[in-house]
Design a protein around this ligand. Structure first.
Ligand SMILES: [Zn+2]
Length: 130
């Protein structure tokens, strides 16, 4: 395990708090998105002419799809946060999963769920696009 510089230890010391804070924000966001989705479902049952009903249903459907997309993104980020918290527990937080080097503390500050150093992340993104 490479030696950890002071800036890295500082990031480690605040990582849990920042991850949990972000997680709480996401939970709140998720709850409001779910309320919106429930409201959309209710509005589809409202009275109206067939034409307005179809138009409403179509725009509601688009909105519902966007909403479900948002939920998927929220779930993915929550999963990333849980993984980062698990890595904190195991003491592997901030270590690149590809090369085993320490991830730049500035990168961890900007992106607390980062699992790769910038160099490996760039390689990784090239790989999945290819
Ligand atoms: Zn790396």
């Amino acid at each position: 395990m490479p030696e950890r510089p002071a800036a890295y230890r500082e990031v480690m010391a605040t990582a849990r708090e920042r991850l949990l804070g972000r997680r709480a924000e996401l939970e709140q966001h998720r709850a409001s998105v779910e309320r919106l989705l429930a409201a959309l479902t209710d509005s589809q049952e409202a009275e109206g002419t067939i034409a307005t009903h179809i138009a409403d249903a179509a725009s509601d459907l688009m909105e519902a799809q966007a909403t479900v997309g948002t939920l998927t993104e929220i779930d993915r980020e929550v999963a990333d946060i849980d993984e980062a918290l698990a890595r904190l527990e195991r003491g592997t937080y901030g270590v690149c999963i590809d090369c085993g080097e320490l991830i730049d503390p500035a990168r961890l500050k900007a992106l607390p769920t980062a699992v790769r150093c910038l160099r490996c992340q760039t390689h990784y993104e090239h790989r999945i696009q290819a």
